[in-house]
Design a protein around this ligand. Structure first.
Ligand SMILES: Nc1ncnc2c1ncn2[C@@H]1O[C@H](COP(=O)(O)OP(=O)(O)O)[C@@H](O)[C@H]1O
Ligand SMILES: [Mg+2]
Length: 304
């Protein structure tokens, strides 16, 4: 049996963001898509990012994913200034992305989609059995009910497709998972399944950025909420401490307690670099860490 999840370590007493952005800006022609944005993703949290159309949510997500590097500002990873010049750099760092537009191949099976672009060496028989076992284990760990892993993706529901996309992202052994509107094309039942999945990932220790314009989804799962407006952070707080009315007001630009508190707080300080001492604090458990080691150890896994 291949175990995909390490034992859940005790939580560090100091909370250190995995990813921290400080004063990042990005312009497209005359559009200031991001304007001096401060943004954190902590381990074991779901941070929801909300805002009206064109607020800058997707650009922020794509900056983390290495699609649009900032014009100015600093991105910290474990407190260390880091460049994320392209998507493969993001992946190497430990950032997985699940975008709205699902990039799955309809004519291939679930398991083939999971391993697309992650070539395994060794004999075909070993490889296929191994990949299928890994695929089944991933879904089991995620608590997702899925049809047999040899089912072609064309036959899946939208929710099952999204689950496949999320499971695929998990195979990269990430620490941060960026989800841009993962529920926007799903039915109520499918949405509930994907929200359960997101909570499960949080409970495993991942830091999750959850972009959504559905307030009920955000209220159901988010630990923290960040409101964007015109490329700026217009409000930020713990979900338990903010009101629905204030969130809506922050989205639409009506000053309120949330926007005032965020403004009064001012820019966030730079994060503390993860020192040797800090590094000995338990890091978030990573799905597949043990699996990847095992794969590397027995030589059947080729990391490109
Ligand atoms: N590749 C691009 N080229 C030009 N403008 C862009 C590009 N990507 C985003 N924008 C602009 O940046 C702003 C923020 O977009 P986006 O982050 O997609 O908003 P949303 O909050 O709806 O996800 C919008 O005005 C959008 O038109
Ligand atoms: Mg968007």
């Amino acid at each position: 049996m291949i175990s995909l999840v390490r034992d859940v370590p005790p939580q560090p007493t100091t909370r250190q963001p995995i990813l921290a952005m400080r004063s990042v800006s990005r312009r497209f022609g005359s559009v200031q898509a991001l304007d001096q944005v401060d943004f954190d993703i902590f381990p074991r949290e779901i941070v929801a990012v909300v805002g009206d159309n064109a607020a800058g949510k997707s650009v922020l997500a794509k900056m983390i994913a290495g699609v649009y590097p900032p014009d100015s500002g600093v991105i910290y990873w474990d407190g260390v200034p880091t460049n994320i010049p392209n998507p493969s750099a993001a992946q190497d760092l430990g950032i997985a992305t699940v975008f709205q537009e699902l990039a799955l191949c309809d004519n291939m099976t679930i398991v083939q989609n999971l391993f697309l672009g992650r070539e395994l060496s060794r004999s075909l028989a070993i490889r296929d059995n191994y990949m299928e076992e890994v695929a089944r284990n991933v879904f089991a760990e995620l608590g997702a009910k899925m049809p047999p892993v040899r089912t072609p993706v064309a036959g899946l529901s939208a929710g099952q497709r999204q689950t496949t996309a999320i499971a695929r992202a998990m195979l990269g052994s990430p620490r941060v998972v960026v989800m841009d509107e993962p529920t926007s094309s799903l039915s109520v039942t499918q949405t509930a399944e994907v929200l359960n999945l997101i909570e499960r990932l949080r409970d495993l220790g991942y830091g999750i950025m959850f972009i959504s314009h559905t307030m009920s989804d955000v209220q159901a799962v988010a630990d923290r909420i960040v409101v964007m407006r015109h490329g700026r952070i217009n409000g930020e707080g713990l979900m338990a401490e903010v009101t629905y009315e204030d969130i809506i007001a922050a989205i639409t630009g009506v000053p309120n307690e949330l926007t005032r508190a965020t403004k009064a707080r001012g820019p966030l300080p730079a994060p503390v670099e993860l020192t040797t001492l800090n590094a000995r604090l338990p890091l978030p458990d990573r799905l597949h860490t043990s699996q990847r080691q095992e794969l590397l150890h027995d030589g059947t896994y080729d990391r490109r």
